[in-house]
Design a protein around this ligand. Structure first.
Ligand SMILES: [Fe+2]
Length: 197
């Protein structure tokens, strides 16, 4: 008789966008995002209204950290405005910066805001069914430009790691996503941005 193993699939709850079978979850509260937004007054007002409110959360399935393995998971970024700025994730460069990533949009309307270490900005607009490819050596962050949760399914090499300080070391990303007069979004140059050497 043949033997085989049946493994459960990862399942995404269509109502809550929780990942069953996940190995981990982290949430970012509003109070943990100090320094992320340019409008410090607007950020302080948002934070003080409810410091423990969830700004975004990530469910992940991390089978191992081994080279050649893959991590996948769900990112749920809640909508809002911080002054004129749209909600963002903290953003990072992979510690092994040649590791790429994909983000498949399941719900909402958002952007994958990327930039090279040299400061060249690349943006991919995402609606449900669309996929962004983050090339190697690109800093990346999600931006919710819609009025509902922006939900993405991501996959990246398990040994990538994350460098979360690379953005703050340059006083932010090169461009900021703000609400445009027509109700859409636009990119503005960050006047404090410091070119990396
Ligand atoms: Fe990443």
């Amino acid at each position: 008789m043949q033997e085989f193993t049946v493994k459960p699939a990862g399942t995404i709850d269509p109502e809550t966008y929780e990942l069953t079978g996940r190995t981990g979850r982290y949430t970012k509260s509003v109070s943990e995002l100090g320094g992320v937004y340019r409008d410090e007054q607007a950020y302080a007002a948002w934070r003080d209204a409810d410091p423990q409110a969830e700004a975004y959360r990530v469910d992940e399935f991390r089978p191992s950290g081994d080279e050649g393995d893959l991590i996948y998971g769900l990112s749920v970024l809640h909508p809002g405005r911080i002054g004129r700025e749209f909600p963002v994730t903290r953003g990072h460069l992979h510690a092994k910066s040649d590791r790429a990533e994909t983000y498949h949009c399941l719900a909402g309307h958002g952007l994958m805001l990327m930039e090279t270490v040299e400061g060249d900005t690349v943006v991919v607009e995402l609606r449900p069914g669309q996929v962004a490819h983050v090339p190697p050596h690109h800093i990346h962050r999600s931006v919710n430009v819609g009025d509902t949760d922006f939900v993405t399914l991501f996959t990246y090499p398990a040994d990538s790691g994350q460098d979360y300080d690379i953005i703050s070391r340059a006083q932010g990303m090169h461009h900021v996503v703000v609400a445009a007069a027509d109700g859409g979004w636009s990119l503005e140059e960050n006047p404090d941005y410091v070119v990396r050497h």
